[in-house]
Design a protein around this ligand. Sequence first.
Ligand SMILES: NC(=O)c1ccc[n+]([C@@H]2O[C@H](COP(=O)([O-])OP(=O)(O)OC[C@H]3O[C@@H](n4cnc5c(N)ncnc54)[C@H](OP(=O)(O)O)[C@@H]3O)[C@@H](O)[C@H]2O)c1
Length: 341
Amino acid sequence: MSKASNTRILLARRPQGLPVPEDFRIEEAPIPAPREGELLLRILYLSLDPYMRGRMNAGKSYARPVEIGEVMEGGTVAEVVQSRHKEFAPGDIVLSYSGWQSHALSAGAGLRKLDPQEAPVTTALGVLGMPGFTAYAGLLSIGRPRPGETVVVAAASGAVGSAVGQIARIKGARAVGIAGGPEKCAFVRGTLGFDAAIDRRAPDFAARLAEACPEGVDVYFENVGGAVWDAVFPLLNDFARIPVCGLIAQYNAAPPFPGPDRLPPVMAQVLTRSLTIRGFIQREFADQRPAFYREMGQWVREGRLRYREDIVDGLERAPEALIGLLQGRNFGKLIVRVAPG
Ligand SMILES: NC(=O)c1ccc[n+]([C@@H]2O[C@H](COP(=O)([O-])OP(=O)(O)OC[C@H]3O[C@@H](n4cnc5c(N)ncnc54)[C@H](OP(=O)(O)O)[C@@H]3O)[C@@H](O)[C@H]2O)c1
């Protein structure tokens, strides 16, 4: 089934707060032809991730922004359809970073061949890909959970959080998950096997979290910030470790932020409770990728580490799906099926 044109989704303008569909533009362009040393990819799956909201803003963060009129960035799983590159052949399935489009050229750099016999190819975007690696490296290198300790993570049914809690349990710690709504909490507790799951939308959320952590919190894997941070902070034990992975609750906010400046009391607690708070971007730990593929691959094969994918059909639905992710409407690793595999 070959398509006559390349469907691309571009950034149309910079969002104010939560993105709206008009911030994106869909267009058709000719399918490019590979030159010597290049290959043409047909995108099968596109990963949607919270960092994409940051790329829509002007100004440098840890990566350059997407410019207006450029194709939105993103990780993809793709099939090689034409190859003028000696290491790739038509039919190969690869992990690539081709963005929100149906076709892309590549010179081969940064591609990773995937073996569909080894694991479903979508896992390369989730549990066995960047989000899974983020959980693995951030938790084990910064959080360093010990047997019997309590590890708390929010967005616990999502790509990163679900792996954080399960790895914590594999390491002998107690895992307490925070998720939005009773259905997600039932999944976190029942299917993923966390020791407790607390609904962040419940009116008595902070009290229920405290009840679920009777011995305090030794590792808080920070995925969201905002009200969840406020509820976890008083529960932190002396010498607690806080890998700061994401702050999704504030990705749509712009300064000045509401509320009083709480930095002085927070810093006082950092001092008196000897807290370690460390931000990270997963690629800092690139040297751990071989260990990650080996260990996580094994845990997933053994059924010790479970995952859930939320697959949306059709590239044109990517904008609404990303907008939903920023409000907690996804349930599991969010992936767009761009073409039939
Ligand atoms: N540092 C790094 O290198 C790195 C790499 C990958 C991801 N991250 C970060 O890790 C976090 C999780 O990413 P993910 O890919 O695993 O996404 P995800 O958990 O699959 O999806 C995002 C989830 O965030 C929660 N959420 C959305 N808006 C929220 C709000 N206003 N307040 C509280 N929670 C909210 C929702 O879960 P509930 O409905 O269950 O609350 C939503 O389902 C994000 O902050 C992301 O930026 C960081």
